[in-house]
Design a protein around this ligand. Sequence first.
Ligand code: SAH
Ligand code: SF4
Length: 393
Amino acid sequence: MNISDKVNLMDFNKKSMSNFFVSIDEKPYRAAQVLQWIHHFGVTDFSEMSNLSKSLRAKLSEKATISLPEIATAQKSLDGTRKWLLRLADNNCIETVFIPEDTRGTLCISSQVGCALNCSFCSTGKQGFSRNLTTAEIIGQIFIAVRQLSSDQKLNEHQVTNVVMMGMGEPLLNFDNVISAMEIMMDDHGYGLSKRRVTLSTSGIVPQMEKLSALSDVSLAVSLHAPNNALRNILVPVNKKYPLEKLMPVCQNYFKNEPRRKITFEYVMLSGVNDQEKHAYELIDLLKNIPAKINLIPFNSIPNSDYICSSKETINRFRDILIREGGMMTVTRKTRGDDIDAACGQLAGKVFDRTRRQKQYRTGVSEILINQIGVKHDNKESVVPMDSDNLGE
Ligand code: SAH
Ligand code: SF4
């Protein structure tokens, strides 16, 4: 049997692993044992799986592999943030980022090679879209990060305690593989993370959000970025398909069986574009009936973009209006790993673009904004506030 005929066990959650064992005339309980060897103990060699019989180990070597992406480069930022560029079997590359903090370690993982949604401020969007990641490629990012971190003896920092699907791609457009990978993250024989420590971030794909709320209880972040359709259509073009009047009711009902849970709304701060006082008041009105917390994200610069991050004063003023006038739980996300292009929206990897977006790359975004909705930058040098952080719970 050649390697391409073998199944990759990294692709399996407990259910599909059980089905696999049944399909090779083995007992389904083997699934838990093998998941544990792989994800808990980091073992990728069947000969080391000592609670499996010799004949089962031989059978597995014949029928299966445990294959992972390769580390193409590993970088460490001055602030301790790490970024790995991972090369996939087809030579596409994706990026994974680890953000150590005092009380936790957050891993930001990718779900697609590139992204088709083309948000006007996002580097991944500018790369165009190549393909969905497999479950193996999604969970493989955690496998690799966990092992890389624990192999660094000098390290006196947290391991992976939280995972956020905020890397490259729109996770809800790769629904099945993402769900399966998140199941392994939360499985006691996998990574054993609680539902509050796994966060999926979406630009608002309404039908899949409904499906997700029925199927999974992970934490949810919604990339809002604008308080009205006119502006959101420009910043997050998928809003034309799923406008706020469709998105907001899903958000309102999302955690209806768990009334204490809140959706995190992400709001990138773009100078002169969406950061004015009137936008803050509009946002309060939009979210008034929704269990929400707001994450203001200072815009991280990307190549060939005219956007500028709002000034520190503007961000603080915006935040204060949300808190004082709207009583909204609001934090400003700390920018991490900017010196190695590891901050939100800067992940680009290496994408063999099938949508040819790189050729259509628009540079005159501000001009479009000024023409369409009459906004302009305040042109102040951007200063990023570092007061608090909240990537998940
Ligand atoms: N596609 C998903 C998840 C990946 S993007 C989504 O859009 O939610 C993760 C977060 O980074 C999103 O909130 C996204 O809007 C934000 N982001 C993208 N580009 C950014 C940039 N240049 N600066 C700051 N945040 C950015
Ligand atoms: Fe895609 Fe999210 Fe970037 Fe938009 S912000 S282009 S949805 S990765």
